[in-house]
Ligand binder design. Structure first.
Ligand code: NAP
Length: 342
């Protein structure tokens, strides 16, 4: 067993102080300093370097049944993180390894070595394992290969297209043979990025209004595939544009995450029936078997510049709640990350 002496590890962490009603605010979070126990047999101590903030965490702040349990009041939040192993009582994960795991929102984490994945920093940066090589990239890959598979010549529409999943999805759609890729994002800065960096053929600024009209202009013949990250008006516009046999991957519905009353659904669902379209939900956790295949492709695309990504970085655990509030309101381009240490 390899061990580095760490007699007393003091760590700061973010706990859930109260549950939000509607949009969360900084008062829903508490920054607490705590002492981290030494790892027991089979465990590791990790100095977290990066953590991910993700829109789905908003759902975990509510005390409501879902596909993943709610965050516990008064307890540290959880989420994807990467870090360096600084003490180990499991030979399979030695000191010095870089690992990804699920105990983010804290500076140091003690966990079972079996719950950590050693990542290869020779092929990508540690932060990449939270973005393109993490569940973010895998979500795009599973959505566009399994849930709503892209076929040669398809017209593909992606919402939240300048975000973490969306910025990968547009480029991936092209690799999968799409003839035209259309993205929607909020504001001129992001729509410019869609065209200049993320490889989209057309960009819609949904904040300008008339989403159906803008989509019709960008895709005069309609769309074959839609990756839905937004729900609401975007899903309705996509159903309005879908062609015969079209496929819609229902990945997220961020426009309704802060709703305190149920958000209205699309009023044009029969159009999906008339077009024999498929609307199919997906959870990335059901597609982890694709990780090796996806990481193999994405790492080489990152290395040769085929896949271009961006990160929006917030510094320090004390600002992690701001980063999370920001990802819900569009403060990020690409993957929203918090750097916890260097
Ligand atoms: P992200 O796109 O990096 O960040 C969220 C983005 O949503 C914001 O940057 C903002 O961009 C946009 N947004 C916020 N409110 C909006 C609204 N009312 N209308 C339109 N756009 C809005 O986040 P991500 O991690 O890549 O996740 C994207 C979506 O995929 C989310 O819905 C998330 O829950 C979902 N997801 C699902 C799975 C799964 O397993 N099913 C896995 C990962 C992610 P703008 O500035 O462009 O508005």
């Amino acid at each position: 067993m390899t061990t580095t002496a760490t007699p007393r590890t003091v760590s700061r962490e973010i706990r859930l102080a109260s549950r939000p009603v509607g949009a969360p605010a900084s008062g829903n979070f508490a920054l607490v300093t705590t002492e981290v126990p030494a790892p027991a047999e089979g465990q590791i101590l990790v100095r977290n370097t990066w953590m991910s903030v993700d829109p789905y965490m908003r759902g975990r702040m509510d005390d409501a049944p879902s596909y993943i349990p709610p965050f516990a009041l008064g307890a540290a939040l959880e989420g994807s993180a990467v870090g360096e192993v600084i003490a180990s009582r499991d030979a399979a994960v030695p000191v010095g390894s870089t690992v990804s795991h699920f105990l983010g929102w804290r500076e140091y984490a003690v966990l079972d070595a079996a719950a950590a994945t050693v990542v290869d920093t020779g092929i990508a940066t540690p932060a990449d394992y939270l973005g393109p090589l993490g569940t973010t990239g895998l979500t795009a890959y599973a959505a566009l290969t399994r849930t709503a598979p892209v076929k040669e010549g398809d017209v593909v529409f992606v919402s939240a297209a300048a975000g973490a999943v969306g910025s990968v999805a547009g480029q991936l759609a092209r690799q999968l043979g799409a003839s035209r890729v259309i993205g929607s994002a909020g504001g001129p800065h992001k729509t410019r990025k869609l065209l200049d960096v993320f490889g989209y053929d057309a960009a819609i600024d949904y904040r300008q209004g008339d989403l159906p009209g803008q989509l019709a202009q960008a895709a005069p013949e309609g769309i074959d595939v839609y990756l839905d990250a937004v729900g609401g008006d975007h899903l309705q516009a996509a159903i309005g544009a879908v062609r015969q046999g079209g496929r819609i991957a229902m990945v997220g519905a961020i426009s309704g995450y802060n709703a305190s009353v149920p958000a209205p659904g699309p009023d044009n669902l029969f159009r999906a029936a008339a077009r024999e379209a498929t609307l199919r939900g997906m959870l990335v956790s059901s597609h982890f078997d694709l990780f090796p295949e996806w990481i193999g492709k994405a790492a080489s695309w990152l290395a040769d510049g085929t896949l271009r990504t961006e990160e929006t970085v917030t510094e320090g655990i004390e600002h992690a709640p701001d980063a999370f509030l920001g990802v819900l309101t569009g403060a990020n381009t690409g993957k929203m990350l918090v750097r916890l240490s260097r």
